[in-house]
Design a protein around this ligand. Structure first.
Ligand code: ZN
Length: 244
């Protein structure tokens, strides 16, 4: 076993979880980590309210035939289960009952945390995945994982994030095709019927001419509305023309 760890321990596993937390903004490393020597189950994440925890089989992780890449993938696999639970991802990507815990929501989480989206660990998949000590250290430090705070994004917009280029493409389209009263940019003044006047502090593009608009109202509170549920102040007058 080429390894940075020589021997996996709870503390070393926790470090790998903490490195993932740094990229995701979550707090998986704060959860209890249980270990055992089972071979039928290499790991699991439990979200039972009275027993939220990770479990890892040290017999598997410390087996001389287990590669470092495989051990780290098992940690990331379970972290992806935690990710789905912690971000409530299933609300945005319903998982199909027949695939149980390994549905599209979990696969999406795997992509976000660099885990193999494969239900059962298969050592054959790691046949060619050897890393030297620096490579193992980089994986343990989650250097290959993109930094993204999913929880903050979902809390703010209540939709899945789109790739940056897709946002830019959609924003260009919206700007070109929407009437001035329906297209919003940061700094625009708006009126919302119940909440009053405010100004746009952020926007997020959607499909079909829709745009989500975050507004800071005069009382200081911030709230997101669809572009069809707010009115723009255009040249000092409220534009009612697009309002439904
Ligand atoms: Zn699993």
């Amino acid at each position: 076993m080429s390894t940075i760890t020589k021997e996996w321990t709870i503390e070393k596993i926790r470090k790998v979880l903490a490195a993932l937390d740094k990229k995701t903004g979550l707090k998986g490393a704060e959860l209890p980590i249980k270990t055992g020597n089972a071979y039928h189950r290499l790991g699991y994440f439990s979200y039972k309210p009275e027993d939220v925890c990770f479990y890892f089989s040290l017999a598997f992780m410390n087996n001389p035939r287990t590669k470092e890449t495989a051990a780290i993938d098992v940690i990331r696999h379970e972290y992806a289960h935690y990710y789905v639970w912690a971000t409530n991802l299933t609300k945005l990507i319903p998982h199909q009952a027949h695939v149980w815990h390994h549905g599209e929501d979990w696969k999406y989480a795997c992509k976000m945390v660099g885990a193999d989206p494969i239900r059962c660990h298969d050592s054959a998949n790691f046949k060619d995945r050897d890393v030297d000590e620096a490579g193992a250290a980089a994986l343990a430090a989650a250097e290959d994982v993109q930094e993204f705070n999913m929880l903050a994004h979902i809390k703010k917009w209540n939709v899945l994030p789109k790739p940056k280029e897709e946002c830019e493409r959609l924003n260009r389209w919206l700007k070109e095709h929407l009437p001035a009263g329906l297209y919003f940019e940061v700094g625009d003044e708006v009126l919302q019927r119940e909440k009053g006047f405010g100004s746009v502090i952020d926007t997020y593009p959607e499909y079909n001419g829709r745009q989500m608009v975050m507004i800071r109202f005069e009382d200081g509170h911030e709230e997101v509305f669809g572009n069809r549920f707010i009115m723009k102040v255009l040249n000092g007058a409220i534009d009612f023309t697009q309002y439904k």
